[in-house]
Structures are given as C-alpha cells and as structure tokens.
Write a protein that binds this ligand. Sequence first.
Ligand code: CMP
Length: 162
Amino acid sequence: MTEHLERTFVALKPDAVQRGITGQIIHRLERSGMRLAAIKMLTADDELLKKHYSEHVDKDFYKGLKEFMQEGPVIAMVWEGVNAVENVRKLVGETAPKEAMPGTIRGDFAHMSFKHADAKGKAVKNLIHASGELNEAMEEIALWFDEKEIEDYSRSDIYHVR
Ligand code: CMP
C-alpha cells in the first residue's frame, strides 16, 4: 500500500442491523471513495467480544455492552483508503450519539446519551464501531478476519486517489 493508504475495521452493530439501516450506513462509507475490502455478517461470541473490547472488560458497562453486541448479528467490514482510520471516525462521529454532530452517522441516525444508557444499565446504542488508531485497526482486522477474506481489487475511481 502507498503512503497514507490504510485499512480500518468497521462493525455495524446489532441496532443498525435490526433497524434496517445498514445499507444507508454502508452507502455513506462507499460514497466517500474508500474501498470495501472485506465484509461478513456474524453473531459475535463471548471470546471474540472479550478480545475486541479488552480495554472495557472490567468496566461497569461491559455486561450491558456484551448483551447489546449479542442481541443479533453484526456486519464486520474492512475499509481501505487514504487516512482511512481518521476519515471513517470522522464520518462516524462522537461515541455518544447525543454528542455526535449532525451529518455524522451517529448524529443522524441515533440520539442516546451515556447518562441515559448508564441509568438503564445498558450500553449506549451507537450503531457502529470504527477503529480509533492504526495499530488498533491492524489488531482488530486480524481478530475479525482471516487474511484470505480480504479482497484485493481496484475501485474504478482509484484514478482520483493515485
Ligand atoms: P464503541 O466505540 O464501539 O466502543 C465501546 C462501546 O461501549 C461504545 O462504542 C459504546 O457502545 C459503549 N460505551 C462506552 N462507554 C459507555 C458508557 N459510559 N456507558 C454505556 N456504554 C458505553
């Protein structure tokens, strides 16, 4: 990959799947010009979630987070593009939908606050996960995907990022 061309891990959470808005969310990532390199639907098991959320396992909200993430299947994806980690996070918006700006995925499709989620003993339903840093992205991609599941093709508009 050329300089600044990165891969990032994205998961559409069970609330996005249940609400039938996965197409609209994927459309937002796709129209940015980034390349969808891998995609699959699966229900995350306990071990996968523990590894994925290793920094949250001991937090009060982990029980609610695990229940939320196992309510149904997620759509796991790898997206590739120039500064993909930062750019995807920008499209996704702040973690708490209440704080996320209009125009972002969480700001446009959800509205819940941490305060409300915590009062209910639940995880904040925020539709989508995206890696926060490049190292994290590489670890998460390796956790969720086999190398052979990642497809190597060119988008026809690659001309615009060469
Ligand atoms: P995500 O960015 O995927 O990473 C961890 C998730 O835990 C986060 O999205 C939220 O869904 C949830 N979360 C993080 N902090 C809190 C909190 N204080 N209360 C409830 N849920 C939280």
